[in-house]
Ligand binder design. Structure first.
Ligand SMILES: C[S@@+](CC[C@H](N)C(=O)[O-])C[C@H]1O[C@@H](n2cnc3c(N)ncnc32)[C@H](O)[C@@H]1O
Length: 189
């Protein structure tokens, strides 16, 4: 049961997991909105967790070899690697993403579930910098924010940071069929 595994991890490492429940299918669909069936380059999923976004993402991709998942939680990754043997997952913190990308390659799309609103601004800035560098020109970046997390100072700081780092940032309608309700920030480099 993914939700039970997720809750246990959230209780054990609240600052890493940053949520109490896995994302809903509605949030997952919004997160992968900009990823086509045949992307022009790698699709990097940051923080796949128990895989609620991984599942529809891998279903969409014509070739699973373009997918790379990275998560700091070893238990989540063990489960994902067993469930999706066709996909590549690395157990590492996103700060080290660059060393896992093939030499000279950039990502065409980053789908990221990191709990930004609990990260200090300096950490937001350094992690987002890593992700922006990993994205190729014209690449897309999607990440979600819980509604309650958007109004706290760190949530507001993150939104401003997105505006500084990306050419364009749009916000999805509030996804009420997610617990808790959330929006997706769709960003273009
Ligand atoms: C809010 S959960 C999202 C899980 C899943 N994608 C979902 O939507 O339900 C955040 C995920 O990010 C991972 N994570 C947190 N900090 C990380 C870091 N610095 N590097 C890599 N993964 C991290 C956690 O282990 C967790 O799986």
């Amino acid at each position: 049961m993914d939700w039970l595994r997720f809750i246990k991890a959230a209780v054990r490492r609240p600052k890493q997991v940053g949520a109490l429940l896995p994302s809903s299918q509605y949030l997952a669909e919004e997160m992968i909105r900009d990823v086509p069936e045949r992307p022009s380059g790698l699709v990097v999923e940051v923080g796949p967790g128990t895989g609620p976004i991984t599942a529809p993402l891998l279903q969409r991709l014509a070739d699973p070899a373009v997918y790379l998942g990275i998560d700091a939680n070893d238990q989540f990754l063990t489960t994902l690697a067993r469930r999706y043997p066709q996909a590549a997952f690395v157990h590492d913190t996103v700060e080290h993403l660059e060393r896992h990308l093939p030499e000279g390659k950039h990502a065409a799309h980053v789908v990221c579930s990191l709990p930004w609103a609990i990260f200090a601004p300096a950490m937001q800035e350094s992690i987002l910098g890593t992700l922006v560098r990993a994205l190729g020109p014209g690449g897309t970046f999607a990440t979600f924010a819980y509604q309650h997390g958007r109004v706290v100072p760190r949530g507001k700081a993150f939104r401003k940071l997105l505006d500084r780092q990306f050419r364009e940032v749009t916000v999805s309608p509030v996804i009420l069929r997610n617990v808790p309700p959330a929006v997706v920030y769709h960003c273009a480099k």
